[in-house]
Each structure stands twice: as structure tokens, then as C-alpha cells.
Write a protein that binds this ligand. Structure first.
Ligand code: SF4
Length: 314
């Protein structure tokens, strides 16, 4: 793997752009102040070279050049681990590996191979994989296999699963996530198979635009607050968000008393507004943006770049 660029701040997040197998990838390591790196360290991997799904607000969907091999994902992890832990003993109590940078992870079966091998490769008692999916129809086999992997290799709450669903209105949801995706009924049926006592709650994530249609009562018809956690995320200013003239529904001003959060809480859901760092949003450094710009030959790197994705799956 050839590292083409390294940007960021040691005390917050570092983004790497690399060439692997002749194609461009990006990956991130981050900490979440005031939590120290010794307490929690998050690695965010790319699983595809771009993404074929082309979600409305995401720059990773600008192109798709295939799946990243297990070795390609391990190379990303190793690049971040080796300087700090050459002996592969990772000591922090929470060590998250998020499959959440470029690419819908359920489209890459190599992710499953990697998950089976990670506990054998690294001595990391705090290891917690975090999978974020928009639940494409084709993910059925992957997600069913993932249940077995979670139960066999990551028991007792050591695995985090997120469905990014974005809206309770099917048309709105399809506008944001083109292609065929699971209905809420299908996600809920899967959630019943997934969830075991002691597991972490399944996250339902909404990136909230000012015109988003999100009805907490519809969520309550399908998803039990004992098994599901709600995450509300500001819409980040990706190139596609700007191109489609989308505005974030969550802002610095309204987030302290965000009505939607209260409505979910009144229905019994643990609910979080997941903000990154507003400074980072202003810098405009979001998932897929760097690799896309790199490929287009117009990377505009700011020296003080920091990555906003570090709190993607808190
Ligand atoms: S949001 Fe995820 S699934 Fe959608 S285009 Fe981006 S990487 Fe792909």
C-alpha cells in the first residue's frame, strides 16, 4: 500500500489517502476528546473502492471500482496499528473498527472473512467492530452470516450494528438511498434474529435534513425501544449535499432542544444527537470526498484537516 497523503491532528483524527491495488482508498484513525486514546481509539475503514449505491448525500457514491480484498482492509488497519502497537497487542479498553468510510460493507463478503480473523490476528480485548449499512436487498446473506460471526467471535456486546434509514417515508428514503433496500418490516424481522440479551442495542441512524420526513410513531410500530437506539446526525456539507441543495435539520443553534429527539425519548428510545466537530464540517472533509477529489485530480487539502467521522458510531 502506498500512502499518498496524511492529514489531520494527532489529538483528534488523522485521514490517510492511499493507493492499494492501483486504486485510491481513504481511511481514518480518531480519538474523541476528552476521552483519551488509552480509553478509546477508533479506526474507520473503506470496504469498497467508491460505492455503487450512490446515496444522495454521499460523495463515496461518485464511482465504483470494486471490492477491497481482506488483505486491503488489513493493510489499512496495520498501517494505523503498527507505529503504536508493533506487537499487535492493543491495550485500550475500547478499540473500535468501523466499516464506515467508503463503501456499503454488506456488498463485500471479504469483510466477513476479516471479521472472523481479526480476533486471531490482534490481541485486543477491547475490540469492537461496528457495521453501518443502508440495508440493500442484496445484503441478506451477508447479514445472516454476520449474526453467526457476532455470536461466535464478538459476544457480550462487543459488536455494534447500525441501520442508516434516514426517513420514515418510503419515497423520501428511496430518494436518498437509490436502489432496492429492506423495508422496515424486513429490518425488524432481522433485528429479532440478531438481538440477544447482553448485545448492544441496534442503532437506527437518521441523517437529518431540514425537509426530512421522520415520524417517531412509525418507528415505534416496528422497532422495540429495548432493542433499538436512535441516532440523529446533522447533514454534513459533502459535495453532493451542496450540489443537491440539502440543508442540515440539526444546527448548532437548535441542537440543544431538538424536538425530534424529545419525541423519540417520549416513546422510550435512548436517543443521541451525534455531532462531530463543527469546525470539521466547515472544513468540509466528509466520507469519500478526499478520494473522489483525488481521482478527479483536484484535491484541495487543508493542512488543519480533521475528520468528522470519528463519532459515526458512538
Ligand atoms: S452512504 Fe454508504 S451506501 Fe450510500 S453511497 Fe455512501 S458509502 Fe455507499
Amino acid at each position: 500500500m502506498e500512502i499518498l497523503g496524511k492529514y489531520g491532528k494527532e489529538e483528534l483524527a488523522i485521514l490517510y489517502i492511499a493507493r492499494y491495488d492501483g486504486k485510491i482508498i481513504e481511511f481514518v484513525e480518531s480519538v474523541q476528546p476528552p476521552v483519551t486514546r488509552e480509553q478509546k481509539w477508533v479506526l474507520i475503514l473503506s470496504t469498497l473502492y467508491g460505492c455503487p449505491l450512490g446515496c444522495l448525500m454521499c460523495d463515496a457514491g461518485e464511482y465504483f471500482f470494486g471490492r477491497i480484498s481482506k488483505e486491503g482492509m488489513l493493510a489499512q488497519i496495520d498501517h494505523m496499528i503498527s507505529p503504536r502497537f508493533p506487537d499487535k497487542k492493543i491495550t485500550m479498553s475500547k478499540f473500535k473498527i468501523q466499516f464506515a468510510r467508503m463503501g456499503e460493507p454488506t456488498l463485500n463478503e471479504h469483510v466477513l472473512e476479516l471479521l472472523r480473523e481479526l480476533p486471531k490476528i490482534y490481541d485486543a480485548p477491547g475490540l469492537m467492530p461496528c457495521m453501518s449499512t443502508v440495508a440493500p436487498n442484496s445484503s441478506k446473506k451477508f447479514l445472516n452470516d454476520l449474526i453467526l460471526i457476532k455470536n461466535d467471535f464478538y459476544p457480550k456486546g462487543q459488536f455494534q450494528l447500525q441501520f442508516s434509514i434516514h426517513s420514515t417515508d418510503p419515497d423520501f428514503r428511496h430518494k436518498w438511498i437509490p436502489g432496492k433496500i429492506w423495508s422496515f418490516q424486513e429490518i425488524a424481522e432481522f433485528g429479532n434474529k440478531w438481538y440477544q440479551p447482553g448485545d448492544r442495542k441496534i442503532t437506527l441512524n437518521f441523517a437529518v435534513a431540514s425537509d426530512s420526513i421522520i415520524e417517531p410513531k412509525i418507528i415505534a410500530e416496528f422497532f422495540d425501544p429495548k432493542k433499538y437506539f436512535i441516532k440523529l446526525t446533522p447533514l454534513n456539507p459533502t459535495s453532493n449535499v451542496l450540489k443537491h441543495k440539502l440543508n442540515s435539520g440539526i444546527t448548532k443553534e437548535n441542537m440543544k432542544d431538538f424536538i425530534l429527539k424529545r419525541e423519540f425519548e417520549e416513546l422510550g428510545y435512548e436517543t443521541m444527537i451525534s455531532i462531530g466537530n463543527w469546525e470539521e464540517n466547515e472544513i468540509g472533509s466528509n466520507c469519500g470526498q478526499f478520494a473522489t477529489h483525488f481521482i478527479e485530480g483536484d484535491v484541495k487539502i487543508k493542512k488543519d484537516y480533521t475528520c468528522e467521522d470519528y463519532n459515526l458510531l458512538n
